[in-house]
Write a protein that binds this ligand. Structure first.
Ligand code: GLU
Length: 432
């Protein structure tokens, strides 16, 4: 019986083996067992501290009223206030958000940020709403969350389907609800627009962090970031910035896919031109400087790096069997289904886990929060230098743990995070 099964049985909670929350907690508790960490830590981490579900009505442009369902899950705050994105997507549901919140706990701890893990979302397709409707959903959701979020409590950020504009509406709503916090209320969310308390470098931060991690990790595999080929799924904020920054370092983007299809160009696709196309047309479809290919052809491309930068659980066993890459670089959280991951590790493919590779986003969010609280504005050079330092130290921590434990990098990342969380629990003890 796995560690998570034993704990959930004791708590009288039932989860199916293919449930994403069960699988996420299972891998966290496995790492805890490997380090022989105390049972109380496993019990605490097995469930989020708070799960908030809200239902709220919104007036639509045509005069009708629609009821929305929103979530905010606060997994753990032993290291500091909860932190994590808010997503707008049709696929949002409770166990999914719980899994992502637990991953944020691991990610913040691995980076040694003074932050805990949270995640939230509203279940709808943001592309189907007008900008005014989107604003009303955001304001109503923020007011429904009320004081469950706040600059010392829980700070949301952009995620799938949300952006700097959504964060500006959230901050404005929060400030209007709590008039005593006219100035300090700004840091209730990060990823805001630059002119309204945002940080330099936040928009590109996830892609930038991923590049710093690759610079540190690829030489281990005898590879150089200056001459890699890569394929990427997802060309939103993370996918486009990752592609542009890798291209600037000399990598070649051979193939790209999004929800509309896939494209290939042997000589390489210019990600800057593709980004302009996506800004104008909303997807990669119809980009004239590459050839459309099938999904199977996309996955079968022989490339050095394969970068999932879209939604969770996209790669099942069949797709994993198609892959011909040396390294999988997880820009998105949980992109691999469990059997896909076991298959790939079994055939020797390296997997760089999301808690390390995409932690640039939350790290620059932390810098933004810090700047807001200290009324400071850092220049881009300062943000990038600090980001690089945080990520390189984390990457080295993971490499050391992998050597010490003789394990893969996902297990090593989780172990390196849990070691820190446990140390803090040892010092703080359990209240009262
Ligand atoms: N949504 C991003 C993540 O999942 C960023 C979170 C944040 O900046 O707080 O890592």
């Amino acid at each position: 019986m796995s560690s998570a099964q034993a704990i959930f049985e004791e708590l009288d909670f039932t989860y199916a083996q293919d449930n994403i929350y069960f699988q996420t907690i299972d891998s966290i508790l496995d790492a805890a067992d490997r380090l022989a960490l105390p049972k109380r830590l496993k019990l605490i981490l097995s469930q989020p501290k708070n799960e908030l579900i809200v239902h709220f009505p919104v007036s639509m442009d045509d005069g009708s009223v629609r009821l929305f369902k929103g979530y905010r899950v606060q997994h753990n705050n032993v290291l500091g206030p909860y932190k994590g994105g808010i997503r707008y997507d049709n696929s949002v549901h409770l166990d999914h958000i719980k899994a992502l919140a637990a991953i944020m706990t691991v990610k913040c701890a691995l980076m040694r940020l003074p932050l805990g893990g949270g995640k939230g979302g509203v279940q709808f397709d943001p592309r189907s709403l007008s900008s005014d409707e989107l604003m009303r959903v955001t304001r109503r959701f923020t007011s429904a969350l009320g004081t469950n979020i706040g600059p010392d409590v829980d700070m949301p950020a952009p995620d799938v389907g949300t952006n700097a504009q959504v964060m500006a509406w959230m901050a404005d709503t929060y400030i209007n609800l709590d008039t005593k916090r006219k100035v300090s209320g700004l840091s209730v969310v990060t990823g805001k627009p630059l002119s309204f308390g945002g940080s330099m470098g936040r928009e590109k931060a996830t892609g930038q962090g991923l590049v710093y991690v690759l610079e540190e990790m690829l030489p281990e595999y005898g590879m150089s970031i200056h001459e890699c080929t890569f394929a990427i799924i997802g060309f939103g904020n993370v996918g486009s910035w990752t592609s542009k920054l890798l291209h600037e370092r000399g990598c070649t983007l051979k193939a790209v896919a999004d929800h509309t299809g896939a494209l290939y160009e042997e000589k390489g696709i210019d990600p800057f031109a593709l980004d302009r196309h996506v800004q104008e047309h909303g997807s990669i479809s119809g980009f004239p400087l590459a050839d459309p290919i099938s999904e199977e052809e996309f996955y079968c491309q022989r490339v050095d790096l394969f970068i999932p930068a879209a939604l969770e659980q996209m790669i099942d066993l069949e797709k994993a069997e198609w892959l011909r890459c040396k390294v999988i670089v997880e820009a998105a959280n949980l992109p691999l289904q469990q059997e896909a991951e076991s298959y790939l590790l079994g055939k020797g493919t390296k997997i760089l886990p999301a808690v390390l590779c995409n932690a640039g986003g939350v790290t620059v969010s932390y810098f933004e929060w810090k700047q807001n609280r200290q009324s400071e504005t850092w220049d881009l050079d300062r943000v990038d230098r600090r980001l690089k330092r945080v990520l390189i130290q984390a990457a080295r921590r993971v490499k050391d743990m992998a050597k010490q434990q003789q394990c893969d990098l996902r297990v090593a990342s989780t172990c390196a995070a849990l070691e820190h969380i446990n140390e803090v629990y040892e010092m703080r003890g359990i209240f009262p």
